[in-house]
Design a protein around this ligand. Structure first.
Ligand code: NDP
Length: 321
């Protein structure tokens, strides 16, 4: 496993990491989670991503219980959680980054994980109502009080991230060091265009999500929705349209011969393509069973096979969309 600096922060993350969205809770309990996390760790994965909102806290509970069973030394892994959506239906605890919510939510997350600190905490979305100063000061305090080592953002605009950095700089506070955007062959603009200058100038690390576009880039949705897949789960109907989009299916079909030529699965090609972007610190993988994770970790070999010529062929297919 290769490790990359998280932007300009001092820590290194495995270039492939693992996240629990959708899977932990609806698809996987503590037993299978322990098997999957244990396998990932044996393969050198050192970063595990989660969020308060994933299965309303259940995903954090499952990950915490699995890590406790595995008995990993705390210095050997990084764990993150994200805050914004909230899990309590009261006016100050949903869709917000206010001070009361953030402090209470991080404390509750630590309790569910059974940990005394997280490594990374993220503002899961921007909040246009709470003053940026209030959010930055609260995230700074959570870091200063060792509830987390670093903080970052997820799906903020480049301007919003710059505003947070400016407040932190002016008041000598801990600034955000990482952003968590969606990045895959079908969703590229934010990382490749909007963030370009921000990443170069501020050295923000990227922990990118949905490298397979929820599984679409494996080709598994070519003939409809397979039983047991993410798109077949109750509550995820909203994904169906994206996963069965004929334009996306046609792109996957055109990419498949390239994967074959490189002796990779389509999923490995898609993950390896994300890794080939040097501004990505880690690609967060998702998997609903161990076999998928084994296949996906095989993508480490992929990005070395992506010669400039192959990259160019891929770019032409993606840009023709
Ligand atoms: P992917 O796009 O890689 O999708 C993962 C899903 O695809 C799996 O759960 C599985 O679904 C299917 N899959 C994976 N590997 C294979 C395979 N080899 N063959 C066939 N099917 C496969 O990643 P996620 O969307 O899960 O995102 C990864 C992580 O990123 C999340 O866990 C979370 O930590 C983070 N994230 C962050 C967000 C944010 O807003 N910050 C938003 C979303 C995710 P199935 O088998 O059920 O069909």
């Amino acid at each position: 496993m290769n490790y990359r600096r998280l932007g300009r922060a001092g820590i290194k993350v495995s270039e492939l990491s693992f996240g629990s969205w959708v899977t932990f809770g609806p698809q996987i309990g503590v037993g299978e989670a322990t098997e999957i996390l244990g396998y990932a760790y044996e393969q050198g994965v050192n970063f595990f991503d989660n969020a308060e909102a994933y299965s309303s806290g259940e995903s954090e509970r499952i990950m915490g219980a699995a890590i406790a069973q595995l008995g990993w030394p705390r210095h050997s892994y990084l764990v993150s959680s994200k805050f914004y959506w909230g899990i309590h239906d009261t006016v100050n605890a949903r869709f917000t980054l206010n001070r009361k919510y953030l402090i209470e939510a991080v404390n509750a997350s630590l309790e569910r994980f059974g940990l005394d600190h997280l490594d990374l905490i993220y503002c899961h979305r921007p909040d246009a109502e709470t003053p940026i100063e209030e959010t930055v000061y609260t995230m700074h305090e959570l870091v200063a009080e060792h509830k987390a080592h670093y903080w970052g953002t997820s799906e903020w605009s480049a301007d919003e991230i710059r505003a947070a950095i400016a407040v932190a700089r002016e008041h000598h506070l801990h600034a955000p060091v990482v952003e968590q955007p969606e990045y895959n062959m079908l969703t590229r603009a934010k990382v490749e265009v909007e963030y370009k200058r921000l990443l170069d100038e501020e050295g923000i690390g990227l922990t990118t999500w949905s490298p397979l576009a929820s599984g679409l880039l494996t080709g598994k949705y070519a003939n409809g929705i397979p039983a047991g897949s993410r798109a077949s789960l109750p509550g995820y109907e909203w994904l169906k349209e994206m996963l069965t989009d004929p334009k996306a299916a046609s792109i996957v079909k055109q990419l498949e011969p390239i994967a074959k030529q490189l002796d990779l699965t389509m999923g490995q090609l898609a993950i390896g393509w994300c890794l080939a972007n040097p501004q990505v610190s880690t690609v967060i993988l998702g998997a609903s069973n161990r076999a998928q994770l084994e296949e996906n970790l095989g993508a480490q070999a992929a990005h070395e096979r992506l010669t400039p010529e192959i990259q160019d062929n891929i770019r032409k297919i993606l840009e023709a969309k």
